[in-house]
Ligand binder design. Structure first.
Ligand code: NAD
Length: 359
């Protein structure tokens, strides 16, 4: 029996999380789900976006399944997702991008994994607002050390990439490749321009790669070139490891390659805690309509089962999803062409069809 923290989230979150929970339960793996509110609904009920009990539960259970959370605009709170990743030090964001037969895409074969560093880079939130005293001091410092000219009316965001942060994400990518039968790791950067941040990332990646010589192939690529090649020949890539900002952008690009946000799963993984969640957001306009695709969250739950070591159940659940997609009888609107929209089923009906395959 496992204990897993369950965070339904906002908008379409509760529907897709309930769908995924039912599918996991149908595999027969025994899980005691500990459910907690977070985000908008927690704010309304407890006056707090992230209740302490929720953090305690994740720290204790070490595994969580989460729905998307709406980031309130103008609340002064950056993002609950960023907060959770920082607070729990979930340094690796893993987003597999694989085409399943039956999903509408422009490509035949895509099967790659984006491993994004989650804690550093421009997303660390170290920012200096235009016109503030500290911003002026920073601008003076830049000039004093002859690092260039920053206009006095500039806002500044710091991009810091450390040896420590680079080493642990690149090593994670290689270990992931080894454990998941992958052949190649590609380090993505802009080291030709950003010599001291991305340059450091690349140096460290090359060092770490030496430990895996003969086991996992290694290459590096400049991020703009990667974007072009991903669009032209996505089948060339296997595991991509990227600093935070490029990882964010490239993982959405990869979601586009495989059929959109409705089918893209993800996980945020730390040293001993893992939080599984779909790539998509809370899509408020669809909330409560039982319309959206639960597949991204169900595939995130497949990743969770693998993480728990329940590989047989994971393969069975993934197989059940594949069968339902192939049959095209019980799928949501986004998986059907415009001419077949009248055949679409709801979120729970698709989940139920997947559960049926497991029984
Ligand atoms: P979104 O992903 O919520 O929705 C964008 C569009 O994608 C939707 O309108 C819909 O057309 C489609 N879509 C998304 N999920 C789908 C699904 N399961 N099935 C079918 N179609 C689907 O992005 P957004 O509108 O930019 O963000 C809404 C809110 O979600 C914002 O508050 C944002 O901050 C938040 N968000 C949260 C997370 C997270 O919690 N991890 C991630 C991204 C965005």
């Amino acid at each position: 029996m496992y204990r897993v923290t369950l965070i339904p989230g906002d908008g379409i979150g509760p529907e897709v999380v309930e769908a995924a929970k039912r599918c996991v339960d149908a595999t027969g793996v025994e899980i005691e789900w500990q459910e907690f509110l977070a985000g908008q609904r927690a704010l309304e009920e407890y006056g707090k976006l992230v209740p302490d009990e929720l953090l305690d539960s994740i720290r204790e259970n070490k595994v969580a399944l989460k729905g998307p959370i709406t980031t309130p605009v103008g609340s002064g709170f950056r993002s609950i997702n960023v907060f959770l990743r920082k607070e729990l030090d979930l340094f690796a964001c893993v987003r597999p991008a694989k085409i399943y037969p039956g999903v509408n895409t422009r490509y035949d074969v895509v099967d790659l994994v984006v491993v994004r560093e989650n804690t550093e880079d421009l997303y660390a939130g170290i920012e200096f607002q235009e016109g503030k005293e500290e911003t002026e001091a920073l601008i003076d410092l830049v000039e004093r050390y002859n690092r260039g000219i920053v206009r006095p009316d500039a806002g500044v965001s710091l991009k810091a990439i450390s040896r420590f942060g680079s080493e642990r994400i690149v090593r994670f990518a290689f270990e992931y490749a080894l454990q998941n039968g992958r052949k190649k790791v590609t380090a993505v950067h802009k080291a030709n321009i950003l010599k001291f941040s991305d340059g450091l990332f690349l140096d460290v990646a090359r060092q770490v790669a030496k430990d895996y010589e003969g086991k996992i192939e290694f290459e590096d690529i400049i991020v703009d070139n990667l974007c072009m090649q991903l669009v032209q020949r996505p089948e060339k890539f296997d595991v991509l490891v990227l600093p935070n900002l490029y990882g964010d952008i490239v993982s959405d690009l990869c979601a586009g390659l495989i059929g959109g946000l409705g089918v893209a799963p993800g996980a945020n993984i730390g040293r001993d805690i893992a939080l599984f969640e779909p790539v998509h957001g809370s899509a408020p306009k669809y909330a409560g309509l039982n319309r959206v695709n639960p597949m991204a969250t169900i595939l995130s739950a497949v990743m969770m089962l693998d993480y728990l070591g329940e590989h047989t159940a994971a393969r069975r659940l993934e197989g059940a999803v594949e069968e339902v997609l192939r049959e095209r009888k019980s799928v949501t609107y986004d998986l059907l062409p415009p001419s077949e929209q009248d055949k679409a089923v709801g979120t729970m009906e698709m989940a139920e069809a997947i559960c049926q395959k497991l029984r």
